[in-house]
Design a protein around this ligand. Sequence first.
Ligand code: UDP
Length: 321
Amino acid sequence: MTQKNPQPVAVVTGGAGFLGSHLCDYLLAQGHQVICLDNLITGNLANIEHLAGKPNFKFIKHDVTEFIYLPGAVDVIFHFASPASPIDYLELPIQTLKVGALGTHKALGLARAKKARFLLASTSEVYGDPLVHPQPETYWGNVNPIGPRGVYDEAKRFAEAMTMAYHRVHGVDTKIVRIFNTYGPRMRPNDGRVVPAFIAQALKGEPMTVFGDGKQTRSFCYVSDLIEGIYRLAKSEGHDPVNIGNPREMSVVEFAEKIRDLCGSQSTIVHKPLPVDDPKIRQPNISKARSLLNWEPKMDLEKGLTLTIEYFRALIDKGHV
Ligand code: UDP
């Protein structure tokens, strides 16, 4: 980052996950040494197998809710470990709370011990089912703490509070990114999120499962744009949270139709019950990222979806879906 070390050492927790693995790739390309920590409960070694044997890359299977011991210097820590899809955190509620709370504490402790910069992967879920639209960083959110999504939302809200406490009390140089819906290659086909679900259904000619009436909205950011924004944030000087996402908002039904068209599929659309506390609207206000980081997303939705569809098509051809 800004340190003198010509090959700064970056630690990525959750580095074998969807975003973590893309971040490892990006950091290596920028000349960092990368230490990837992951307990593989939702991460996947296939996401980092192309990095095996690279001299600047090291993978350590580790649950970051346990004490993290690393010898040597560390310049920056990217704390990305967490179940991150609604199905994952419904199936792993206690692990989700533990990694957001205990895992964030351990990762911050490592940052303090190594005098490293720290970047927390937070989420638009801190805004809950928002009553302000689009969502600016100044909005405090509308979260149900005891609902099924509360395990993720509150864990991330706690993680933000803990990160600011380490900054204020221990002077750790911390950053917080609030990540909005992101898509791209390496999403798990069965993680239940809308992008892999719709693409897999469309490619296999199965009915596409729209939850509720499908009028709820989301705004989708391609992974390369997101990683670029996160890297710029890591190099910036502020400490307050910054939204990174794509403001192009659409309803879930419109999104299903777009994916069906891009896949050239004849799938029908079926409606399933809306999950509890499913946010009705979501769109990032990215004014802060624009002014602070000179960042905005560049990838066109159709192009990003086409790249993602190609990835899933290859997985299906190999019989992995
Ligand atoms: N969704 C859907 N069908 C699916 C999966 C998700 O209609 O098979 C909807 C879901 O109810 C939500 C939106 O798509 O309104 C985005 O869901 P996702 O799980 O990707 O993430 P969220 O933004 O809710 O965290």
